[in-house]
Design a protein around this ligand. Sequence first.
Ligand code: IPE
Ligand code: IPE
Ligand code: MG
Length: 254
Amino acid sequence: MAFFKWPFKKRKVESFARNATLKLVPNHVAIIMDGNGRWANSRGLPRFAGHKEGMDNVKRIVKVANAQGIKVLTMYAFSTENWRRPKQEVDYLMKLPKEFLNIYLPELIEENVQVKMIGHRAQLPAHTQAAVEQAIEQTKHNNGLILNLALNYGSRAEIIAAIKAVAGDVSANNINIDDIDEATINKHLFTTDLPDPDLLIRTSGEMRVSNFLLWQLAYTEFWFTDVHWPAFTEAEFVKALDAYQQRKRRYGGL
Ligand code: IPE
Ligand code: IPE
Ligand code: MG
């Protein structure tokens, strides 16, 4: 039976076919890509090898997300707390956006992906900023998946900046304190033009949000897996999307 000769091929086709019928496609999926270091160490490799493999995995998952009709994929690549890591590792991580875009930007453009970024840009090295800005510029007219890179992103820093901006508007008499509402805050967040995430995925077994999208995750569904980010395959992604199908979102209602 030919069927048994090509199990890999068969499985791949099945997973795409099955998901073509997903009833509930999350509009916005946010991923905390954790476990690169542990993935590498468990193979006797240096941590940077995990970051490199993790970088390549971003492209694989982007392709799947785009095929599924997901609108926004926010990827936590570097937090405001990650500067605490040894300089050598930070320097390596700061080179990855450029490397990623050097290799994959032509494919992203071909796939109609729009690149965006959230996080405080000014503290990034000039070469990192330049690579990201170039990608944003070159993809700004694309209207497929939004690949939103969280770089030097920290939710508390984002909220503090929003509070300062609103306080400035109040003291300049642009708005009244009593008129401050959710929309006022939203307007000053990096995510102002994006919907809140529907699904948050964190790889590698940690069950915490590590200063990611604290405001935006108010009603997001969470999915945790022990799999390290570089090993997070299409099949793992499909498991998370399947779990999302079963969730009953009530937003405080009945
Ligand atoms: C995620 O992997 C990548 C970043 C945080 C930049 P880690 O580097 O956190 O890997 P672990 O958690 O140490 O295994
Ligand atoms: C969260 O992972 C940040 C990113 C994935 C970029 P960390 O590895 O930095 O988080 P903690 O320190 O384990 O909470
Ligand atoms: Mg980690």
